[in-house]
Design a protein around this ligand. Structure first.
Ligand code: NOJ
Length: 529
C-alpha cells in the first residue's frame, strides 16, 4: 500500500537550476532569480513540477555559493529576498515546488558566526566551529591540502572539509543545531517546499573511526532538522556518499522523520577511476548498479533519486554515452534508462537538449575552485596538455557554463559578456536548434515525462529487470494493478532483441514500430500492454 505522502513525492520531477548560469535578466552577465521566473513556463512545458535551486544566498563565492555568509539573504547579483518570494508565488501558481539548497556542514569564513568565533576562545560563538590547538588527524580538504587551517587571530586550528574559507560547523554544539533548525524554519515559513541537503553525511564526524562522515549523531541531527511536526510535509534529498543499503535505510524514510530520499552516486563513479579519468566501463555496469538500487529501494519502500547529471560532475553523456554522432540517440536512451524507473527524476539544466562536456585549451577559461586547484596538482606530475585534458573530462565547469538557449549572442543567456566563457559547442547544441530539429532531445524528454505523469504503472509500479547480465541492453518492466510497460534500451552495438508482448510501442527514438528485431545503437522502445 503506497501512502499518499509517498505518492506525492513520486510525482515530483525536479529540475536543477544553477542560478549563476541559468538566465540573466538584468544584463550583468550573471544569472538571477528573475531569470528563473522568466523560464517557469518553459519548464512547465517540459513537464517539470519542481526546481532544486542551487545556493543563491549571500556569499563571497569562493565555492560559488556553497560558502554562505548569510542564510537568510540573497546574493546581490541574483536579486533580493522579494524576488525569491515572487519566485515561490509564481511557482505555486503553476503548481510547482521549490526545493532550496541547504548547506548545513559549513559556512563561509565571512559568516558573522565565524567572524565572532575566531575572535577569542570564550565568546558566545566560540564553539560554533571545530577549534583545536593542533590538527586532530590527517584529514584532507576536498579541494586539496590539509583540512586543518591555523588561524592567527584565535591562535588555533579549525576544520574545513572544503576550502579554508568554508569552516565546518560544530554540530556537537546544540546551539548550532538550533541555528540550522531556525534556518530551515525561516525558509519553510516563506513557503519553500523542500531542501536538497549538501553533504549531510558530514554533519556528524566520527572522530573514533577517523572518518569525517556518518558519525554517531547523524541520525539525531537529521531528526532534529526534519522530524519536527512543523516541517514534516516537506521533501528532502540528502547528498550522501552512502555506500550500503543499511546506511540509506537508516537515514531516509518519510514515515520515520528521516530524509525523503538520498542521492546515491555509485553509477557516476563506475565510469571513472577518479572523476578526472575515464574507465573502460559500459552502460552495462550502469544498468547493473541502478537495477540493483531499484530492487533494494523497492524492497524497503524507499524513494530512488534518479539522476545522471549535476553541477559537480562532467556531463554523463560525455562520460558514459556518445556525445558525437549519436548524441541524440544517446541522450534519449539515457533518459529512458533513468526516468521511467521508480523514484524521483532529477534533470540538470541543459540535459534536456543533450548538452555535452565543453572543451577549453587553457585553465584560464575555468573558474571552479576544485578544477583550478587540482589542475595545479596535476601539473606537478604531468604536462599542462595532459592536465587540461583531464580537467576537460571531469571539471565541474562542464555543467556550470552559461546555458545555451540559442546559437545567438552569448547563447541567449545574457546581453552582456557572461561571467565565464560559454560552452564550446553552444552554436551546435542549444535549446532553439534542438527544438527546431527532427531529432529533438527536448521533445523526447517532454514525451517521456508525459508518459510518466499519466501512468500510475510508471509512477508507482513494481520494477523488474528482464536483461541478463551478459546482454548489452537494459530491458525492464513496470507493473501496477494489472497494467504493464516494457522499456527496451539497447546500448552501443547493433543487436537482435526479442520480447514477447502483445503491447504497442508508444515512444521510440528511431521511429520503430515493431517490438522484436534488430535494434540500432542506443535505440529505445517503450511498450504499453
Ligand atoms: C557538495 C556540493 O554539491 C559542491 O558543489 C560543493 O562544492 C560542496 N558540497 C561543498 O559545499
Amino acid at each position: 500500500m503506497i501512502s499518499e505522502q509517498y505518492k506525492k513525492f513520486l510525482s515530483y520531477v525536479i529540475y536543477q537550476v544553477y542560478p549563476r548560469s541559468f538566465n540573466d535578466t538584468n544584463g550583468d552577465g550573471i544569472g538571477d532569480i528573475n531569470g528563473v521566473i522568466e523560464k517557469l513556463d518553459y519548464l512547465k512545458e517540459l513537464g517539470v513540477n519542481a526546481i532544486w535551486l542551487c545556493p543563491c544566498y549571500k556569499s563571497p563565492n569562493d565555492d560559488n555559493g556553497y560558502d554562505i555568509a548569510d542564510y537568510r539573504d540573497i546574493m546581490d547579483e541574483f536579486g533580493t529576498l522579494d524576488d525569491v518570494k515572487r519566485l515561490i508565488s509564481e511557482m505555486h501558481k503553476r503548481d510547482m515546488k521549490l526545493i532550496m539548497d541547504l548547506v548545513p556542514n559549513h559556512t563561509s569564513s565571512e559568516h558573522e558566526w565565524f567572524k565572532q568565533s575566531r575572535m577569542s576562545k570564550d565568546n558566545p560563538y566560540s564553539d560554533y566551529y571545530y577549534w583545536f590547538d593542533e590538527p586532530q588527524n590527517d584529514w584532507q580538504s576536498c579541494f586539496c591540502g590539509s583540512a586543518w587551517e591555523y588561524d592567527e587571530q584565535r591562535g588555533q586550528y579549525y576544520l574545513h572539509s572544503y576550502a579554508p574559507s568554508q569552516p565546518d560547523l560544530n554540530w556537537e554544539n546544540p546551539k548550532v543545531v538550533k541555528e540550522i533548525q531556525d534556518v530551515v524554519d525561516f525558509w519553510v515559513d516563506l513557503g519553500v517546499d523542500g531542501f536538497r541537503c549538501d553533504v549531510i553525511d558530514q554533519i556528524s564526524k566520527d572522530w573514533e573511526r577517523n572518518s569525517n562522515c556518518f558519525g554517531p549523531q547523524l541520525h539525531d541531527h537529521i531528526h532534529a532538522l526534519f522530524g519536527r511536526d512543523k516541517v514534516r510535509h516537506i521533501f528532502t534529498v540528502g547528498e550522501c556518499w552512502a555506500g550500503d543499503i543499511d546506511e540509506i535505510v537508516r537515514h531516509s524514510a518519510y514515515e520515520r522523520g528521516e530524509l525523503s530520499t538520498l542521492f546515491q552516486f555509485d553509477h557516476l563513479a563506475c565510469g571513472c577511476t577518479t572523476k578526472f579519468r575515464k574507465k573502460p566501463e559500459s552502460l552495462k555496469s550502469v544498468r547493473d548498479i541502478i537495477a540493483n538500487w531499484q530492487t533494494l529501494n523497492q524492497e524497503r519502500d524507499l524513494i530512488h533519486a534518479l539522476f545522471t547529471d549535476n553541477h559537480d560532475n562532467g556531463r554523463f553523456i560525455s562520460r558514459m554515452g556518445n556525445d558525437g554522432e549519436l548524441r541524440y540517440e544517446s541522450a534519449t536512451c539515457l533518459a529512458a534508462m533513468f526516468y521511467l524507473l521508480r523514484g524521483v527524476p532529477f534533470i540538470y539544466q541543459g540535459q534536456e537538449f543533450g548538452l555535452t562536456n565543453s572543451h577549453h585549451d587553457s585553465i584560464d577559461e575555468f573558474d571552479d575552485i576544485e578544477s583550478v586547484n587540482i589542475y595545479k596538482y596535476f601539473c606537478e606530475n604531468m604536462t599542462p596538455e595532459e592536465a587540461i585534458e583531464k580537467i576537460n573530462f571531469g571539471s565541474r565547469d562542464n555543467p556550470r557554463r552559461p546555458m545555451s538557449w540559442t546559437a545567438g549572442k552569448n547563447g541567449g543567456f545574457s546581453d552582456a559578456e557572461p561571467w565565464m566563457p560559454l560552452h564550446s559547442r553552444y552554436k551546435e547544441i542549444n535549446l532553439e536548434t534542438d527544438r527546431n530539429s527532427e531529432k529533438s532531445v527536448f521533445k523526447f524528454y517532454r514525451d517521456i515525462l508525459k508518459i510518466r505523469r499519466e501512468n500510475d504503472a510508471i509512477l508507482y509500479g513494481d520494477f523488474e529487470l528482464v536483461s541478463k547480465k551478459e546482454d548489452g541492453n537494459f530491458i525492464f518492466t513496470r507493473t501496477y494493478e494489472g497494467k504493464r510497460f516494457i522499456v527496451i534500451c539497447n546500448f552501443e552495438e547493433e543487436a537482435e532483441i526479442s520480447v514477447e508482448t502483445n503491447g504497442k510501442i508508444i515512444l521510440s527514438n528511431y521511429g520503430r514500430d515493431i517490438v522484436s528485431g534488430t535494434y540500432r545503437p542506443y535505440e529505445v522502445a517503450i511498450i504499453e500492454e
